[in-house]
Design a protein around this ligand. Structure first.
Ligand code: HPA
Length: 272
């Protein structure tokens, strides 16, 4: 049933999409502005797409955009689905399943995250080199879909060539980049100081409430992934610090120009 819905939605979009994109972007926190640089050829509200979940969180609009960035055809998700909103893992990752059916080969993702690495500062961009899945449910739990193996390999979840490309672009444009491990947790609470320390001891450099489910599903079906976190707050070392959604938004907004510059260059220069 789930797989049929994916196929049905993909077929519905295929009939309408103006060109064939091979690159997709999930415009998470910190990447909203990139949407303004896309020459949009078709934008469809999630609520008008058959079988699509509808996004509810403040600050996240929900549209699927087909268009061009430079001369590259892209598909962009403006707004994502978070597990903490009450969606099932199948709903959270439904759009990525559809992307695969549409022929997407490379996925770019961004998010806001709390830094657990004492070397980090608020506003830093962190290339995600690896992740830890700390969600209470696995997105591949249940019957295996015939688009990938039952037991997917995850040794290079974040594509090394794309990371090298990002490092090159950053050096060229004078962008400061951190590298690190992202741990995905369910939220919606921010971490207690003890939880920040625990995540640090696990080997995580940043913690957030998204991305990991979508990335696992993308890798399951062989889509290459590149991800960046904006570090919007710091925890786990020093004195406990209070965090609010507003502060996270503000820090992410401040980092937008650099994040946008990096991602635009990445998308335009990566091969399909
Ligand atoms: N924890 C979890 N998610 C987040 C954080 C955090 O500290 N900051 C931004 N998103």
């Amino acid at each position: 049933m789930y797989y049929e819905q994916i196929k049905e939605t993909a077929a519905w979009l295929q009939e309408r999409m103006p060109s064939q994109p091979q690159t997709a972007i999930i415009l998470g926190t910190g990447l909203g502005r990139l949407a303004e640089e896309i020459s949009v050829t078709l934008a469809i509200d999630y609520k008008d797409i058959p079988n699509f979940p509808v996004s509810t969180v403040e600050g996240h609009s929900g549209r699927l955009i087909f268009g061009k960035l430079g001369d590259k055809n892209i598909l962009a998700m403006q707004g994502r689905f978070h597990f903490y909103e009450g969606y099932s893992m199948q709903q959270v990752t439904f759009p990525v399943r559809v992307m695969y059916e549409l022929g997407i080969k490379t996925l770019f993702v961004s998010n806001a995250a709390g830094g657990t690495d004492p070397q980090f500062s608020i506003g830093d961009l962190m290339i995600i080199t690896d992740h830890i899945n700390f969600f209470p449910e696995h997105p591949l739990h249940g019957k295996n879909l015939p688009v990938g193996p039952r037991f997917p390999d995850m040794h290079e979840t974040y594509d090394h060539e794309l990371i090298a490309l990002a490092d090159g672009i950053a050096a060229e444009k004078g962008i400061k980049l951190q590298h690190g491990v992202y741990i995905g947790t369910q939220g919606p609470t921010f971490e207690t100081p003890a939880e920040y320390r625990m995540f640090r001891s696990f080997g995580a450099d940043a913690v957030g409430m998204s991305t990991v489910p979508e990335v696992i599903v993308a890798r399951h079906c062989g889509i290459r992934v590149f991800g960046v976190s904006v570090i919007t707050d710091l925890g786990g070392f020093d004195a406990p610090v209070e965090v609010s959604h507003e502060e996270v938004q503000e820090a992410a907004n401040a980092a937008q120009p650099v994040m946008t510059k990096l991602m635009r260059a990445m998308i335009m220069r990566s091969d399909d």
